[in-house]
Design a protein around this ligand. Structure first.
Ligand SMILES: Cc1cc2nc3c(=O)[nH]c(=O)nc-3n(C[C@H](O)[C@H](O)[C@H](O)COP(=O)(O)OP(=O)(O)OC[C@H]3O[C@@H](n4cnc5c(N)ncnc54)[C@H](O)[C@@H]3O)c2cc1C
Ligand code: SF4
Length: 332
């Protein structure tokens, strides 16, 4: 079989979460979890993954539903990005998240792509997201089949950029993830889920399924925006993504958070120290902007724009978000 065809696999379609966990108990390391498949299946055609089994979780009832429960808003991991982006109460409560979900790819892809798949997205790099032949032509790379990183040739680390849009909002919102394995389950703050390593991108184990994303209800009082830079406006991964969240009470600014995606191997965040907020916004807005810019470390994982330009856009988006949400003049 030519390497441009989909590699062979067995599709496992359990009826419920228990059935999925039974499969993982025996075959976790031979299995990839399949949700909408909008990222995984193209990657398999590129021979980035050749799992023996695909475990379909998109229709599992335990991974569906959007509900206000106790102190949390629960979003099933298999809810589609359009279901999130168009949910009236979510749009009201968490506008940065719904704007980020609405910015992913294009409408038809968002009808298939899920929130869980977006969180668990693979990291991206010009030297990695290519066909098998293309990668073979350059001797592969450290992340898959090779031994050299073409972005930072001297080192042993992969710097591929985590490029899920919704994570920028989720880290700022202090969301939690429910991870369920055959041996039990755990709740992991999304801020502790990701690793700054393009190869080993998060703490999810092969035998774990992300079943739900939980957002604290007290975050519903925040205004929020999401800003994204991509090459093709109609359908593209972010090269920079910035979520800005602000909580105010009359003229007082109570809390400010910024989440960042697509410029590092993991999403980053900055919570503005409360003592800064005692001064008027004009005194600290630029300090926040520079603190966020310092978190961004874009490298040549994309050849479409320079790392310096992506860094510049982090500055522009953070400033734009803060000034618009704080109703400050935008010309400054
Ligand atoms: C043309 C195109 C443009 C795109 N543009 C964007 C974009 O702008 N922004 C963006 O963020 N993404 C983009 N994507 C990627 C993708 O469409 C989205 O990230 C989508 O949300 C992925 O969800 P999915 O359900 O399709 O995931 P899948 O492709 O099914 O899975 C993605 C990864 O997550 C894992 N996974 C999925 N669900 C679970 C779960 N419940 N538990 C554990 N692991 C799980 C899979 O094993 C796989 O590794 C684009 C894709 C295409 C083809
Ligand atoms: S950063 Fe280096 S190792 Fe990682 S995908 Fe790109 S070229 Fe490969």
């Amino acid at each position: 079989m030519g390497v441009w065809y989909m590699p062979p696999f067995e599709l496992v379609q359990p009826r419920d979460l228990d059935g999925a966990l039974k499969h993982l108990a025996d075959w976790a390391t031979d299995t990839k979890i399949l949700a909408g498949g909008t990222d995984l299946l193209p990657s398999m055609r590129q021979r980035l993954f050749e799992p023996r089994y695909l475990l379909a979780v998109g229709r599992l009832p335990e991974l569906r539903g959007i509900a206000w429960e106790d102190d949390w808003v629960r979003i099933g991991a298999a809810e589609t990005l359009n279901a999130v982006a168009e949910h009236p109460q979510l749009c009201q409560a968490f506008p940065a998240l719904t704007e980020a979900a609405a910015s992913v790819a294009a409408y038809n892809i968002r009808n298939m792509g899920t929130l869980g798949g977006n969180v668990c997205l693979d990291t991206r790099c010009h030297w990695y997201n290519q066909s098998y032949f293309w990668r073979k032509g350059i001797g592969f790379c450290l992340k898959k089949d090779g031994s050299v990183c073409h972005v930072a040739p001297g080192g042993r680390q992969c710097w591929a950029a985590y490029s899920g849009d919704t994570a920028a909002a989720l880290v700022a919102l202090e969301a939690q993830l429910r991870l369920v394995a055959p041996t039990g389950e755990r709740l992991v703050p999304v801020r502790e889920f990701f690793l700054n390593d393009g190869q080993r991108r998060f703490v999810l184990r092969p035998d774990e399924i992300l079943t739900e994303v939980r957002i604290p209800q007290w975050m519903a009082g925040y205004q929020g925006r999401y800003f994204k830079y991509r090459i093709r406006q109609a359908v593209d991964y972010p090269l920079v993504g910035v979520a800005v969240l602000v909580r105010t009470s009359g003229p007082r600014v109570l809390d400010v958070r910024v989440g960042l995606t697509a410029v590092n191997p993991m999403p980053r965040y900055f919570d503005v120290p409360s003592e800064w907020l005692e001064d008027p916004p004009e005194a600290w807005v630029e300090r926040v902007v520079e603190a966020v810019v310092r978190l961004a470390r874009p490298l040549k994982t994309s050849l479409l724009v320079s790392p310096a330009y992506r860094q510049h856009l982090v500055r522009v988006f953070t400033r734009r978000g803060l000034r618009s949400l704080l109703a400050l003049p935008t010309a400054a």
